[in-house]
Design a protein around this ligand. Structure first.
Ligand code: PMP
Length: 360
């Protein structure tokens, strides 16, 4: 069976070698006669898997010692709630930057717990550009500053973390974590759902500076309290062990690729090729300001939308799948996370040129 090039936004394609390795050790994990899914999370074997995954993640991102790494459940949306529940620390306001669908969703969730201050919104540009930095209204007394580093639907990415003074910077990195090196010490907290650049769905990663922990909102259940999860090595619940194991395999694969600087070079090349194909044609269009175009999710439209269904059907026949844009955006979207091979992008670019030649 041939694998397709899968441009899904998430759950998304995983490195083939990771899947092969998981397949090879599925029935008998390290000679224990059972799969990694079937053993106790508190047993020596799984504890070693969990510790190695954390160590490899720390190595990849250069996570400083005063940060805790949590492997939680509930996806990224749960973090929309857990961030205010844990980080308000007695304050009533938190700053939120609105750059599109996901940051807006985080703001809506925050309203249940605090007064989210809208620092600036890209809504006037249809979320195709960042609001100019000198228009931002930052409240220095707010509890933290939240933003989404990459808007998965709109295809807008902040390539550098914003300057926010002394406020703890909180980033939803669900769709660009591990795609390039970052300076973790600039952040108070980073979170990400796993199903794009980390592993299978069912896991959310949280990297949080220790001094921000320990003062959750009154009534916060222990499983939602970062400090208590940290004290129990993310095992207050039975963790999603298979997802954690597979995430560990992905981290090893990234290390084998040469780490995040190496993966960033490939990611830039892939994105440059795809945007060049779009910009070099009158048939395809991406509306996002080139200064903040996403290197992970590339939305584009056809000059003749009546051809959308045909484009998708022919692409699928060519082994290029899941290119349909999000329902909220329409058109197409190619998600080109770490695990999308460069040949996948080359094949897509070739297909697009050929489709245009036949139909423009
Ligand atoms: N934030 C971003 C940037 C996302 O892309 C997504 C999912 N696509 C979410 C949050 C929500 O993630 P989950 O479904 O894991 O809750």
């Amino acid at each position: 069976m041939a694998r397709v090039f899968n441009f899904s936004a998430g759950p998304a394609t995983l490195p083939e070698t990771v899947l092969e390795r998981a397949r090879d050790e599925l029935l008998d994990f390290r000679g224990c006669g059972a799969s990694v899914m079937e053993i106790s999370h508190r047993g020596e074997l799984f504890m070693a898997v969990a510790a190695q995954a954390e160590a490899d993640l720390r190595a990849l991102l250069g996570v400083p010692d005063n940060y805790r790494v949590l492997f939680l459940q509930g996806g990224a949306r749960q973090q929309f709630a857990l961030v205010p529940m844990n980080l308000l620390r007695g304050r009533e306001r938190a700053c939120y930057l609105d750059t599109g669908h996901w940051s807006s969703q985080a703001i809506e969730m925050a309203r249940h717990y605090c007064e989210p201050l809208l620092v600036a919104s890209g809504s006037q540009s249809g979320y195709t550009a960042l609001p100019p930095r000198d228009s931002w209204r930052i409240d220095a007394d707010a509890a933290y500053f939240h933003y989404a580093s990459n808007e998965t639907i709109g295809g807008l990415q902040l390539h550098q973390p914003p300057e926010v003074g002394d406020l703890p910077l909180v980033a939803d990195m669900s769709s660009d974590i591990l795609s390039k090196p970052i300076d973790v010490s600039r952040f108070g907290l980073i979170y990400a759902g796993a199903q794009k650049n980390i592993g299978p769905a069912g896991l959310a990663l949280v990297i949080v500076r220790e001094d921000l922990l320990g003062a959750p909102l009154p009534g916060t259940p222990n499983i939602f309290d970062y400090a208590r999860q940290a004290a129990r090595d993310s095992m207050l619940n039975t963790p999603p062990t298979f997802a954690w194991y597979l995430a560990g395999r992905v981290f090893q694969w990234l290390l084998e690729q040469g780490g995040l600087a190496a993966i960033e070079r490939i990611n830039r090349r892939k994105a440059d090729k795809l945007y060049a194909a779009i910009d070099g044609s009158d048939f395809y269009h991406n509306p996002v300001d080139p200064a903040c175009r996403s290197r992970m999710n590339v939305p584009f439209t056809l000059a003749r939308p009546e051809l959308d269904a045909r484009f998708l059907a022919e692409a699928e026949s060519a082994g290029l799948v899941a290119l349909k844009g999000h329902a909220a955006a329409g058109g197409m979207r190619a998600s080109i996370y770490n695990a999308m091979p460069e040949e996948g992008v080359d094949a897509l670019v070739g297909f697009m040129a050929e489709f245009e030649r036949r139909h423009a």
